[in-house]
Design a protein around this ligand. Structure first.
Ligand code: LMR
Length: 377
């Protein structure tokens, strides 16, 4: 396969240093915290977040005043998943290398903000950093749905060739003007891995999904994929998926093993089809005003920590998914069906190239043409 890296120059941009008078740097005693429950934050802290966001154009640390800067990093998955581990790694590297001026607080499991409000929180500066799955940006930056294209990857080994800062796909994300216009800067691309299908019936061919209702992330491309398989869809926040499955509001969902296992979805789903049909990729983002208010040294330190976290993420993602799969096997609540190459090809043929072409207008015709050419090459 031809990779985009042969077609595009590296995309890291020069960073503009704008000093923000709202943010001073005068030392302090930083502490990195991972809160394990929303309650742990407390009403006072929630209030201070809201007030901090208002007092300084949304970009200021809730530490306030002349104290050290704090990056609140909110995400929706469990701490033990590839994203959770990368977030911890980012915090660790900042803690070790960035001095007393900057600290990172990681809030996993939708404890601080969930899918429904985290992007707003990032734009307003109520949090400084997120790493949402690409599909979560559909409303504000629809081109990011490129990562939702079904069967964009045949294996996790293909991911770095297609999704890196210097590929056409990476460029569409790093250089996304719609994100920039919303005070969002892209720092890195992380991944979880490939998605599997779960439901209460065995699924070995596309028609097996017919008539079932699947939870999707809010992405038109994902809706198009399930349309082709004759399934109904319901967009739902990640934090609501387990309950919706348990209560039968939805029949199934799609996610990598690490997300299925860490949310206990396998305890309420009788079947998983190992389809590896789609990708969960994360866009590590920072509030631009906040980032540009940091000294150039701290900006470099944050960028380096992001790069280290991205490397770490790719080192651990496959193993964490393998471990989660084994935990599901050991739990013995769910039958896992590994598709044969022919069965997987039948799923693929039902959506490629049709779904890719259906959404070329939002993803970019040139980008889709290039991906299709790579696919055929
Ligand atoms: C989902 O909402 O299904 C996942 O994308 C959550 C995540 O961030 O991995």
């Amino acid at each position: 396969m031809t990779t985009g890296s042969e077609l595009h120059a590296p995309l890291r941009r020069e960073r503009t240093i704008l000093r923000n008078p709202c943010t001073a740097h005068s030392g302090g005693n930083p502490m990195r915290v991972t809160l394990t429950s929303r309650k742990a934050l407390g009403t006072a802290a929630v209030l201070s977040i809201a007030l901090g966001a208002t007092a300084c154009g949304g970009a200021r640390s809730a530490g306030g005043g002349d104290g050290p800067q704090t990056i609140r990093f909110s995400h929706v998955v469990a701490a033990e998943t590839p994203k959770g581990q990368a977030a911890e790694k980012f915090a660790e590297v900042v803690d070790e290398n960035c001095g007393d001026e900057l600290t990172v607080e990681v809030y996993p499991n939708s404890e601080l903000y969930g899918d429904e409000d985290e992007l707003q929180a990032l734009q307003s500066g109520a949090v400084q950093m997120l790493a949402p799955a690409s599909a979560k940006f559909t409303t504000i930056a629809p081109q990011l749905q490129v990562l939702d294209l079904p069967f964009l990857f045949d294996s996790v080994d293909d991911i770095p060739d297609i999704v890196s800062p210097d590929t056409a796909v990476g460029q569409a994300i790093y250089e996304n003007q719609e994100l920039a216009d919303r005070n969002i800067q892209v720092l890195g691309l992380w991944d979880n891995g490939l998605k599997q299908l779960s439901s209460n019936t065995e699924m070995t061919q596309p028609s097996d999904l017919g008539g079932q209702r699947f939870r999707i992330q809010p992405s038109d491309v994902l809706q198009g994929q399930f349309d082709q398989w004759g399934a109904a869809t319901t967009p739902l926040a990640f934090a609501e998926v387990y309950n919706a499955l348990q209560q039968g509001v939805i029949d199934g969902q799609e996610n990598p093993y690490s997300n299925i296992e860490s949310q206990n979805m396998h305890t309420v789903q009788e079947h998983i089809t190992e389809s590896n049909h789609g990708y969960i990729g994360y866009v590590q983002t920072i509030n631009t005003d906040f980032f540009e208010s940091l000294s150039s040294e701290l900006q470099d330190c944050v960028t380096t920590a992001s790069d280290e976290a991205a490397t770490y993420n790719r080192e651990v993602a496959a193993d964490l998914n393998d471990e989660a799969k084994q935990t599901i096997i050991d739990a013995d609540t769910t039958e896992i069906t590994e598709l044969t190459p022919e069965q997987r090809q039948a799923f693929k043929d039902s959506v490629v190239p049709s779904v890719w072409e259906d959404y070329a207008d939002v993803i970019g015709q040139d980008l889709v043409d290039e991906l299709l050419a790579n696919e055929q090459g």
